[in-house]
Design a protein around this ligand. Structure first.
Ligand code: GLA
Length: 387
C-alpha cells in the first residue's frame, strides 16, 4: 500500500522534495455507544484498515488535496489564509479543520502542503473514516512541522476540529480510539476523566465481523446533535435534585430513583440508555477480563436493544443485520456500532460460523432491504504511524 500511494502522489503532484507516507486506522466500538458525551465509558479498538496519506510541504501558502477514493473530484485546492469550512470543499474540510485547530492551539501551520489520501475504510460506514483523516492529518503535521503533541493531544485536537470547524458535537471516542490504538487490544476509556486501560481482545476461536448496511449516513445531517441535547436537558433536570456532573455518574438504581425529575418521556428514555449503557460497558469489560465471552456477547445484544428502543438510533437496516445475525449458531454477540442511523454492526462470530454468517445474513438482508450489505472480518491494529 505504501508504494502504491507514494507512486500515485508522484503522478498527481510530481516526485521532487521530501515526500513522506503515513497511516491512521479506523475504529470499531465493541460496546459503550452514545456514552462518550455523557461522561460514561466506551470500549473501542483501532483496526488494521484505515487511511493512508502522503504529504509534502510547499514553499507557498497553497493547500492541494487529492483523494484516491474520489478520483473523479480531482485536486481540491485551498490556502492557509482561508481555513474555513465550505460545502464544495467536501472531505478536505477534515484536514483543513485540523490545520485550523493546530493554529487555534498556538501551533500555526506556516507552509502550504500537497496531501494525497487513500482510505480502505468504507466511507460513511460508522467506522470513523473522518476521525481517521483527522488523526492522520495531526500525525502528518506533528511529523513535518515538529509540533510537540502527544497522541492523546492529536485525539483532542481532532475532536476540537470536528466540533468547532465541522459542526458535529461528537465525543472523544473515535479520535481517541484511533490515536491511542494498540494491536490486539481494545481501549476501556472513561470519557469523564480520559483515564484508560488497554484490555487484550482474546476471542478464543472467534472473529470480529463488521456488517456494513450500506445505508449512508453523515453525522452532520443526522439526529446526532439532537440526541446529545436531549441528554443534556435530562441531565439538567436531574441536577436540580442530585449533585452529579454527568449521566455517567449514575448507577441504574440511582437513575430509577431520580428519573421522575426529567418529566419528558423521550428524554427519560435517552437518559436511561446513557446510564444503563455505561454500566453495561463496565460489566462487559469485567466479563472479558474473566474470559466470559458469552456474557460479553449478551451485553452487546442488550446494548443494541437499548439503542433501538430507548435511544432510537438503529433503523430497519441495522435491526435486520442484528436480527439475522442472532439466528446463526456461533454468533456470540451482535450490535450496531458508531453513531447509528445507518452504518455498521459489529458481531463476534465463532470461526467455523463466519462463512455461514456472511452468506445467510447477506441473503436475508438483500431480500428484506433491497440492496446488499458488505462484510469485513477485521483485525485490531495499532494507532497512527509514519510508514
Ligand atoms: C460517533 C461519535 C462518537 C460517539 C459515537 C456514538 O461515532 O463521533 O463520539 O458519540 O458516535 O457512541
Amino acid at each position: 500500500m505504501k508504494e502504491r500511494v507514494l507512486e500515485e502522489f508522484k503522478k498527481i503532484f510530481g516526485g521532487e522534495g521530501d515526500i513522506r507516507a503515513y497511516f491512521a486506522p479506523g475504529r470499531v466500538n465493541l460496546i459503550g455507544e452514545h456514552t462518550d458525551y455523557n461522561g460514561g465509558h466506551v470500549f473501542p479498538c483501532a483496526l488494521t484498515i484505515g487511511t493512508y496519506g502522503v504529504a509534502r510541504k510547499r514553499e507557498d501558502n497553497k493547500l492541494r488535496f487529492y483523494s484516491m477514493n474520489f478520483e473523479e473530484v480531482g485536486i481540491i485546492e485551498s490556502s492557509l489564509d482561508d481555513l474555513k469550512p465550505y460545502k464544495e470543499a467536501d472531505w478536505t474540510n477534515y484536514p483543513k479543520g485540523v490545520m485550523w485547530a493546530f493554529g487555534e492551539k498556538g501551533m500555526k501551520v506556516e507552509k502550504g502542503m500537497d496531501i494525497l489520501l487513500c482510505g480502505n475504510i468504507p466511507n460513511g460506514s460508522g467506522l470513523s473514516s473522518s476521525a481517521s483523516v483527522e488523526v492522520l492529518t495531526g500525525t502528518i503535521l506533528r511529523d513535518m512541522f515538529g509540533f510537540d503533541v502527544s497522541n492523546q493531544d492529536l485525539a483532542l485536537i481532532g475532536q476540537f476540529s470536528e466540533n468547532k470547524f465541522n459542526g458535529v458535537n461528537c465525543g472523544i471516542m473515535d479520535q481517541f480510539a484511533i490515536a491511542m490504538g494498540k494491536k490486539d487490544n481494545a481501549i476501556f476509556l472513561d470519557t469523564a476523566t480520559l483515564k484508560f486501560e488497554y484490555a487484550p481482545i482474546k476471542l478464543q476461536n472467534a472473529k470480529i465481523v463488521i456488517s456494513c448496511s450500506n445505508k449512508k449516513r453523515g453525522l452532520g445531517d443526522s439526529k446526532y446533535n439532537e440526541r446529545r441535547s436531549e441528554c443534556e436537558d435530562a441531565l439538567a433536570k436531574i441536577q436540580q435534585y442530585v449533585g452529579i456532573n454527568s449521566l455517567g455518574d449514575l448507577t441504574e438504581e440511582q437513575f430509577e430513583q431520580c428519573k421522575d425529575a426529567i418529566k419528558d418521556e423521550t428524554k427519560e428514555k435517552r437518559a436511561r440508555h446513557a446510564v444503563y449503557e455505561n454500566q453495561r460497558t463496565i460489566k462487559a469489560v469485567e466479563a472479558l477480563k474473566n474470559n466470559d465471552i458469552e456474557k460479553f456477547g449478551k451485553l452487546m445484544i442488550a446494548s443494541h436493544e437499548s439503542l433501538r428502543d430507548d435511544y432510537e438510533v438503529t433503523g430497519i437496516e441495522l435491526d435486520t443485520l442484528v436480527e439475522e445475525a442472532l439466528k446463526i449458531n456461533g454468533v456470540i454477540g451482535s450490535r450496531m456500532t458508531g453513531a447509528g442511523f445507518g452504518g455498521c454492526t459489529v458481531s463476534i462470530v465463532k470461526d467455523e460460523a463466519v462463512d455461514e454468517f456472511i452468506e445467510k445474513v447477506g441473503k436475508a438482508y438483500k431480500e428484506k432491504i433491497g440492496y446488499a450489505a458488505d462484510f469485513y472480518v477485521v483485525e485490531v491494529g495499532d494507532g497512527p504511524s509514519r510508514l
